[in-house]
Design a protein around this ligand. Sequence first.
Ligand SMILES: Cc1cc2nc3c(=O)[nH]c(=O)nc-3n(C[C@H](O)[C@H](O)[C@H](O)COP(=O)(O)OP(=O)(O)OC[C@H]3O[C@@H](n4cnc5c(N)ncnc54)[C@H](O)[C@@H]3O)c2cc1C
Length: 325
Amino acid sequence: MGEMRTLDVLIAGQGAAAYAAALYSARYQLDTLMAAEQFGGETATGGLIENYPGALDVDGFDLMLRFKEQTDALEVPLVSSDLVHVRPEGDAFLCDLEDGSTVRALSVILAIGRERRKLYLPHEDEWVGKGVSYCSTCDAPLYRGKRVAVVGGGSAAVEGAVLIAKYAAQVYLIYRRESFTRPEPVLLRILEQTGNVARLTSTEVTALLGSDEEGLRGICISRPYEGRDSLDVDGLFIEIGADPRTQVARELELELNSATDEVHVNRLMQTNMPGIYAAGDLTDASGALKQTVTAAAQGAVAALSAYTYVSEHPSKLGASTGAAT
Ligand SMILES: Cc1cc2nc3c(=O)[nH]c(=O)nc-3n(C[C@H](O)[C@H](O)[C@H](O)COP(=O)(O)OP(=O)(O)OC[C@H]3O[C@@H](n4cnc5c(N)ncnc54)[C@H](O)[C@@H]3O)c2cc1C
């Protein structure tokens, strides 16, 4: 059996952080491989992006295609398979991919983002795209003139309700606590001024009503509203937050942020394990501001850190990895 090739860097992800890391890593002439099954990350499904510098009102999917065009131009290889485990082996890492293959790399950049939180109600998964959505920005226009419920009490839920209210006839904003305290006051003022949003506090969604043919037709609620314990709705937007994908990080015993569970990195995107870097929404690098621009910037920084590490790696002593910034 031939000896396994050792990459300079394996980049896990295909979102903004991963593509930016791959762009910089290729320009640093690192032997790079990207690994992720799904293209584009949350930016690609986020609908219209209005705040990415230099790109006025661009569709998120198109923006990510532009990211990919740049790494394609530099011929960065990509394997369409997720990273499952990373195992330290000597002075390198063995990276097991979902497709059963294993690659060896001197360094790893984790840019695998976050998982949207679910209600875990029966039919929730089957009716995604049939009335159930996790993305107000993407799907709000589908509910023109309809009745829609939004679940959640944070900024994403309130922003989502206000946005959907521009299209829908009636929006029910459902929150399990007594009052909305987490969103910024300016956002709550906009909510108050939005006439077609009813706020149902101390209320939870307890069941989804509908059929596999028709999709969602209504929801049951824990506290009666206008004398009814169910609401007829055409759409349910679940905006209750997201959890960083930390399984690989936990196995590696990387330090996590004790408050947010995100992978803890310093300003160079270094984790507590030499050779392992993290970038984007997976990390605590930019606090609550989790955006395409911050993810991309962190990916670039992580690539520089990987380049510095690899250049000083014992196996590279005497070899040159010329930089071209
Ligand atoms: C609805 C919505 C609208 C948004 N609108 C905006 C906006 O207007 N402007 C803005 O700046 N930001 C917006 N954002 C936020 C922005 O999309 C994120 O901050 C950004 O996508 C984070 O990039 P990332 O690369 O860190 O993670 P992601 O984009 O989540 O990418 C993660 C990547 O990792 C992959 N992956 C997952 N698990 C594995 C694994 N085990 N191995 C390998 N790969 C894996 C995923 O398939 C994906 O390719 C929005 C987000 C949402 C949800």
